[in-house]
Design a protein around this ligand. Structure first.
Ligand SMILES: CC(C)(COP(=O)(O)OP(=O)(O)OC[C@H]1O[C@@H](n2cnc3c(N)ncnc32)[C@H](O)[C@@H]1OP(=O)(O)O)[C@@H](O)C(=O)NCCC(=O)NCCS
Length: 156
C-alpha cells in the first residue's frame, strides 16, 4: 500500500460505509445468533448511528490510500462513562476493507479517534465489541483498552 490518509466522511462516502456492513455482521459473534440476526442487528445499528438526530458531536473518518481507494472508517460520538457518567468518547463503528486488513489502517483510525477524544477533553475512550471477535478484542487490547463490564447471556 502506498500511504494511508484520513479525511472526514461526506455524503459521497455513504455507499462505502454501508458496503463494509457485511464485515461487521460477519465477525465471529454469539453462537446463539445466526448470520441473519447479526445482519439485522447491523442494519438497525447503522440506521440508529447515522440518524440525523444522533449525529450531534459525532465524527466519521475515512481512511484512503494514496491511489484514491477507500480502506476503512471509524465513527465516534460523545458517550457517558458507565461508572461516573462523565462525558467520554465512544467508538461506535470501526471497519477495514478485507483487502486492506493487517496493514495498519485500523491503528491509524483509532489513533485519530483518540486525538478526537482528547481534543474534546475526555478522560476516556470506550467501545463495545463482541467477545468472540478475538481479532478485534486483541487489537483493542494491544491499543491499551481494557474490559470494564462483561455482559453474560444464557440461552434458555
Ligand atoms: C479489527 C479490524 C478493524 C482491524 O483492522 P486492521 O486494519 O487489520 O488493523 P491493523 O492492521 O491496524 O492492526 C492489526 C494488527 O493485527 C495484526 N494482524 C495481521 N493479520 C492478522 C490476523 N490474521 N489475525 C490477527 N491479527 C493480525 C497486524 O499485524 C496488526 O498488529 P500490530 O497492532 O501489532 O501492528 C479489522 O480486522 C476489521 O475491520 N474487522 C472486521 C470488523 C470488526 O471486527 N470491527 C471491530 C468491531 S468492534
Amino acid at each position: 500500500m502506498t500511504s494511508i490518509e484520513l479525511r472526514t466522511a461526506g455524503p459521497e462516502d455513504r455507499d462505502f460505509l454501508q458496503a463494509l456492513s457485511p464485515r461487521l455482521s460477519g465477525v465471529p459473534g454469539p453462537a446463539w445468533h445466526d448470520l441473519a440476526a447479526m445482519e439485522g442487528f447491523q442494519t438497525r445499528y447503522m440506521a440508529a448511528t447515522f440518524a440525523p438526530a444522533a449525529l450531534d458531536g459525532s465524527s466519521t473518518l475515512i481512511a484512503w490510500s494514496g491511489d484514491g481507494r477507500r480502506l476503512g472508517y471509524v465513527h465516534m460520538r460523545p458517550g457517558k462513562d458507565g461508572v461516573t457518567e462523565e462525558p467520554c468518547g465512544y467508538v461506535s463503528l470501526l471497519a477495514v476493507d478485507k483487502d486492506a486488513e493487517g496493514s495498519g489502517v485500523a491503528t491509524r483510525l483509532m489513533a485519530a479517534a483518540e486525538d478526537w477524544a482528547r481534543a474534546r477533553g475526555y478522560r476516556f475512550l470506550c467501545l463495545d465489541v463482541f467477545a468472540d471477535n478475538r481479532r478485534a478484542v486483541d487489537f483493542y487490547k494491544r491499543g491499551g483498552f481494557e474490559a470494564e463490564t462483561l455482559r453474560m447471556v444464557k440461552p434458555l
